[in-house]
Unconditional design. Structure first.
Length: 235
């Protein structure tokens, strides 16, 4: 039975057999039965440490001592509110401290971090709404209710979409989904059967019925029209 010491980006601590790439702590959170109580921190110094330091070995939940927590990777540790340890990860800590743009001692840094990581009234994780384009690689966001890592994103404006992909006005639906451009009027009256004004020209993109979206329906319907015409010509 795995111990409850795996930290998620949401700050929750769960039981998971995997250790992850980093270890850390928030003070002593466990009791004599090696189970966590209701408290999720005993200190404002939430740190993340290396798994192996000078060959030392310790029980992850020794009586009355700090509880060893584990993180999948650095991104998860930072998202959960844990900074690099100033002792076993000295270089990483100095780089992290330098990114603040002002000189702060570790306790001062922890006080600021704690005010931003936890809601004082609910004791839940504090989150904010940000523009995705402004976030650096490695930032953790909530996507459809689950944590997601920002990595290698590309932001395209409507003008970029028009220039790169020929989408008039940057419209990803190849035409507005309005009543005068739906069903028999999509893409225009007289051509809603996927056959274009020129023989052999077929509409199979979002501009054809039933419109935009990741369905594949316009292409599927156009393929049926093409096969039907092919059979009529060649039997």
């Amino acid at each position: 039975m795995p111990l409850q010491n795996r930290v998620l980006p949401t700050q929750d601590i769960v039981a998971d057999p995997g250790r992850g790439l980093l270890m850390g702590n928030r003070g002593c959170l466990h009791g004599a039965d090696r189970r966590l109580g209701t408290t999720r921190w005993r200190s404002k110094a939430w740190i993340s440490c290396v798994l192996d330091f000078q060959g030392r070995r310790r029980d992850p939940m020794p009586p009355g001592r700090w509880t060893a927590l584990f993180f999948f990777d650095e991104a998860v540790a930072l998202a959960a509110g844990h900074r690099p340890c100033a002792y076993c990860r000295r270089r990483d800590f100095l780089l992290y401290a330098d990114a603040w743009g002002r000189h702060l001692r570790a306790p001062e840094m922890d006080a600021v971090l704690h005010s931003q990581r936890v809601e004082s009234r609910t004791r839940r994780q504090r989150t904010t709404t940000q523009n995705l384009a402004d976030l650096p690689d490695g930032a953790m966001v909530r996507l459809d209710g689950s944590p997601a890592l920002v990595l290698g994103r590309q932001v395209l404006s409507p003008l970029d979409l028009e220039r790169q992909f020929g989408l008039l006005g940057g419209d990803i639906f190849h035409g507005a989904l309005t009543l005068n451009q739906l069903f028999s009027a999509r893409p225009m009256l007289g051509h809603a059967d996927y056959r274009g004004p020129l023989k052999g020209l077929y509409h199979c993109g979002s501009g054809a019925h039933p419109g935009g979206g990741v369905t594949g329906a316009p292409g599927h319907n156009a393929a049926k029209a093409i096969l039907g015409d092919h059979r009529a010509l060649f039997g």
